[in-house]
Design a protein around this ligand. Structure first.
Ligand code: SAH
Ligand code: SF4
Length: 381
């Protein structure tokens, strides 16, 4: 039997594990702090743990790291790691340093079953859910790797986590929630709820569950102003159409740590980027749901058959939203030179299913009329 992976446990679960071997709850807290705050994976090095507990841990438990297949550094300071999760699967994490914060973008699944038309992970197909330990191993590794790189083992580096890597986090709910709890725990990573963001393509029942179980900041990947187009871009929309999704967002706000929902909108040339479509969005949101729009420049990949909207069209689109009073930012693309930008993360990962090829061949997308050039540029995220 393989050893228990202690990265799989939030603090109450680790207390349960300790109780199972006759240890008091405070021992679990000590162990938890050694693992997550000090990045220690060697029980013998946990010097203030009772020798008896270290004895019980040896052989029965481990802190299971993920093997790093590659590390790429971009010119802008972005770092991308590819982790081996076994059986030919790999997932990626991206570290994005900024002046006032450092964000880690984490994967929740190997592949993704949602199959969005514009997403490299979606084209790769679904392989499997990551465990809580595999989700947390990305943060554990990145945090302590960056502390080492900065020469200070005690100073926290990562201030924000976004579940925007590979996979649909709300389709891996059972593993996600304990991982979020460890991120938020003061004995773990001590992140504020406002600085941990779950991004979802719209798994409505799980948005409601998250509100109950572990409300953190929420980002919703909308990408289209109406169901006809969203059905094509985000196939999950056929199950949970826009009206249901927005109703779930409204309910979520009652418990959310922020007083708005982020709406992600990937700008696709001639598909969803016309001024008329921006006006449809205005009609959908104004005087209804408090949202902040984040317009994402599409990161093209050949199998998608799609192109990035020209900059002027993105600016014009943002203008329509801004003029209607909707807060709108344009996402800076980071790590472009190492394919670490949104939706490019499956680049080095094998396409297991050829969903990509089939999808690109089978889904027609109706082009929209070209947009007028913009005037005032909206602020950049
Ligand atoms: N499955 C979740 C989270 C992972 S995707 C979701 O869909 O929200 C994270 C973000 O990257 C989403 O907003 C997604 O729409 C965006 N994205 C995916 N592919 C992209 C691409 N090729 N270019 C730009 N953004 C992309
Ligand atoms: Fe999955 Fe998100 Fe990619 Fe859609 S955009 S295929 S939900 S990872």
């Amino acid at each position: 039997m393989s050893a228990d992976n202690l990265l799989d446990y939030d603090l109450p679960a680790l207390q349960g594990w300790c109780a199972g071997v006759g240890e008091k709850p405070f021992r679990a807290t000590q162990l938890f702090r050694w693992i997550h705050q000090r990045g220690c994976a060697d029980f013998e090095a946990m010097t203030d743990l009772a020798r008896s507990l270290r004895g019980k841990l040896a052989g029965t438990a481990e802190v299971r790291r993920l093997a790093v297949l590659s590390e790429h550094a971009a010119a802008d300071g972005t770092l991308k790691w590819l982790f081996d999760v076994g059986a030919g699967d790999a997932v990626e994490s991206v570290f994005i340093p900024e002046d006032d914060r450092a964000t880690l973008c984490i994967s929740s699944q190997a592949g993704c079953a949602v199959g969005c038309r514009f997403c490299a992970t979606g084209h790769q197909g679904f392989s499997r859910n990551l465990s809580t330990g595999e989700i947390l191993a990305q943060l554990w590794f990145a945090e302590h790797r960056m502390r080492a790189a900065r020469g200070d083992a005690a100073a926290r580096v990562i201030s924000n986590v976004v579940m925007m890597g590979m996979g649909e986090p709300l389709q891996n709910y059972a593993a996600l929630v304990p991982a979020l709890r460890v991120m938020l725990d003061d004995h773990g990573y001590g992140l504020s709820r406002r600085r941990v963001t779950v991004s979802t393509s719209g798994v409505v029942p799980m948005i409601d569950r998250l509100r109950e179980d572990c409300p953190v900041a929420l980002a919703v990947s909308l990408h289209a102003p109406d169901d006809a187009l969203r059905d094509q871009l985000v196939p999950l929309n056929r199950k949970y159409p826009i009206a249901e999704l927005l109703a779930a967002c409204e309910r979520y706000l009652a418990a959310a740590p922020r007083d708005f929902i982020t709406i992600e909108y990937c700008m696709l040339d001639g598909v969803n980027d016309s001024p008329a479509q921006a006006r449809q969005l205005v009609a959908l949101f104004r005087h209804r749901l408090p949202v902040k729009f984040n317009l994402i420049p599409f990161n093209p990949f050949p199998a998608s058959g799609l192109l990035r909207s020209p900059r002027e069209r993105v600016l014009a689109f943002g203008d329509v939203l801004l003029e209607a009073g909707l807060v709108t930012t344009i996402r800076k693309t980071r790590g472009d030179d190492i394919a670490a930008a949104c939706g490019q993360l499956a680049g080095e990962v094998q396409d297991r299913t050829d969903v990509g090829g089939r999808r690109a061949r089978s889904i027609p997308i109706v082009p929209s009329p070209a947009a007028a050039p913009g005037r005032t540029p909206p602020p950049t995220a």
